[in-house]
Design a protein around this ligand. Structure first.
Ligand SMILES: [Cu+2]
Length: 134
């Protein structure tokens, strides 16, 4: 009988790297993302998140400005995916499938948040990203 294995994701070092990247991006101005995996905030103030069929978001971290944040969720493949913010699930839940898109608005205070997909197994598979609101 094999013992049940629990996979624990260490967040410490990765979080530090992402936080540094976010800070650099915030101070750099100019909006040159240069292929980084940090999703920047577009000029129209809409936070765009793309869901891939590899069960991943298009970035590991996103930036938004505090206040009413409009999130546009775009499906790049065919699988069903959802998007919500940890702890604020009752305020916004987006769902896409078959190349569709969905959008919603949520009011956010400055801080660090986690967005994720709640389709069974997807979050464990990597559908989780950071959201820095400043
Ligand atoms: Cu998903």
């Amino acid at each position: 009988m094999r013992p049940k294995t629990t996979i624990v994701k260490p967040l410490g070092p990765i979080g530090a790297v992402v936080a540094t990247a976010l800070l650099v991006g915030a101070c750099g101005g100019g909006g040159d993302s240069g292929g980084s995996r940090v999703g920047g905030e577009p000029e129209d103030g809409v936070l765009r998140v793309v869901a891939d069929d590899t069960q991943d978001f298009d970035a590991d971290a996103y930036l938004a400005s505090a206040g009413d944040v409009t999130v546009e969720y775009v499906q790049s493949g065919f699988q069903n995916h959802t998007l919500m913010i940890e702890g604020l699930e009752d305020q916004m839940r987006l769902e896409v499938e078959n190349g569709g898109r969905d959008s919603g608005t949520v009011t956010l205070q400055p801080g660090r948040y986690i967005i994720y997909c709640d389709v069974a197994g997807h979050r464990d598979g990597g559908m989780e990203a950071r959201l820095l609101v400043e």
